[in-house]
Design a protein around this ligand. Structure first.
Ligand code: NIG
Ligand code: FE
Length: 392
């Protein structure tokens, strides 16, 4: 698989050296590219499909507590934004997360990472966003750093201080925005705790002007911008993301043709989060329209306790095809090469091209399409990260 196209090789082999892909091609040509020595580890794929490791490019991995009652309220007719306005939703997870210690948050997140790994995720973006004060947001970012050292899945940290205005500053939102801009962003950047800065642009969260102010400050501090936009209302996030040169604009269930056109022109990736639209019973993103507009689409779980409590990234591929209209190739690229682009990773990431990190999956499936067709289960047999077998 390479860049913008899925390339299938029948009877393939992959050679790895020092944690990187050395070569991938027909097994019959392996001997002229790589030598098997006594200390070579050989993983026999046994007729199974081999793909790059999956990249989940949008998760809210670190939080405490759960929100089952909120789901019941939604199924009884309340909307996601009504629950948030009433101090529930994100704000209820903020209360439980603030009360949790760093160790407790690490313990809560480790099983999520284990499940992600079993679904084939070898790189995972992880956002803060359930702290909503400087110390609590930095705590979440430190938890992400700790998690990266404790288990094999690679983590990409994102500051999402602008996820919601905390309850105590509800009547003084400018003060909170000043804190994000003046304290959180500089501290996260100075301490090297975040690569990206994200903002939730939505009614009951942050306005277009506020989003621009926060992301501009983030860029000045050396963080890369991305945003949640168009989940329930189109407030101009696609256009803003393109103007700022964001790595990705995520959600986009509601987006204008102009916005998509600008994203295509600037090479901004659209991250579709089909689990969230499904689970909140809201409008599904039209991924086929994004692709027609020339926008590259990545596919992610949006793993979080409210709108998408799932680690099942392969299921998101299926949903992006069935509900979103992506082609099967685009869906596979969506969790590999396009997801790498959404995280501004080097061009070889999410591929098996020479020089790419040797993050490789072996699936119990004879055809890669099976990963999408036989849905909602994991077909992963073995996972290799940086050239080391980490599963089983
Ligand atoms: O991407 N919409 C904002 N953030 C998440 C939901 C977070 C939550 O509900 O806790 C999302 O859907
Ligand atoms: Fe999200």
């Amino acid at each position: 698989m390479e860049g913008n196209a899925v390339r299938e090789i029948e009877g393939g082999a992959v050679a790895v050296r020092e944690g990187r892909i050395l070569w991938a091609g027909k097994e019959s040509q392996l001997a002229s590219h790589a030598r098997v020595t006594p200390d070579t580890t050989v993983v026999d794929a046994g007729g199974g499909v081999v793909t790059p490791g999956f990249i989940d490019c949008h998760t809210h991995l670190v939080f405490a507590g759960s929100r089952e009652k909120e789901f019941q309220m939604r199924m009884e007719g309340k909307t996601y934004l009504e629950i948030l306005q009433a101090g529930g939703g994100i704000l209820s997870t903020v209360r439980t997360t603030r009360a949790a210690s760093e160790d407790e948050l690490v313990e809560a997140a480790l099983p999520r990472l284990r499940r992600l790994l079993r679904f084939g995720v070898t790189t995972c973006e992880a956002k803060s966003g359930y702290g909503l004060d400087t110390e609590s947001e930095l705590k979440l970012l430190r938890v992400i750093r700790k998690l990266a050292s404790l288990q094999p899945v690679k983590l990409v940290p994102t500051l999402l201080g602008a996820h919601a205005v905390p309850a105590e500053l509800r009547e003084r939102r400018e003060k909170y925005i000043d804190t994000v801009v003046g304290e959180m962003i500089p501290a996260a950047a100075r301490q090297g705790l975040a690569r990206f800065c994200d903002v939730y642009l939505e009614k009951s969260a942050f306005s277009l002007e506020e989003t621009e102010k926060i992301l501009t400050a983030a860029m000045d501090a050396g963080l890369l911008p991305k945003l949640h936009a168009g989940q329930f209302n189109d407030l101009g996030g696609a256009e803003l993301g393109a103007r700022l040169g964001a790595s990705s604009v995520d959600h986009l269930e509601n987006v204008s043709d102009e916005g998509l056109g600008m994203m295509a022109q600037k090479g901004v990736v659209a991250v579709t989060l089909p689990g969230a639209a499904f689970f909140t019973r809201e409008k599904r993103a039209d991924c086929a329209r994004m692709a027609r507009a020339g926008v590259r689409v990545a596919v992610s779980t949006d793993l979080n306790p409210g709108s998408s409590p799932t680690e099942n990234l392969p299921l998101m591929m299926t949903m992006s095809v069935v509900d979103g209209g992506l082609s099967m190739q685009e869906a596979l690229l969506g969790v590999t090469a396009s997801a790498a682009a959404a995280l501004a990773l080097p061009a070889t990431h999410g591929t098996l091209a020479p020089g790419a990190p040797a993050d490789i999956l072996v699936h119990d499936a004879g055809d890669w399409r099976r990963l999408i067709v036989h849905f909602a289960v994991s077909h992963v047999r073995s996972v290799v990260i940086d050239g080391k077998v980490v599963l089983p």
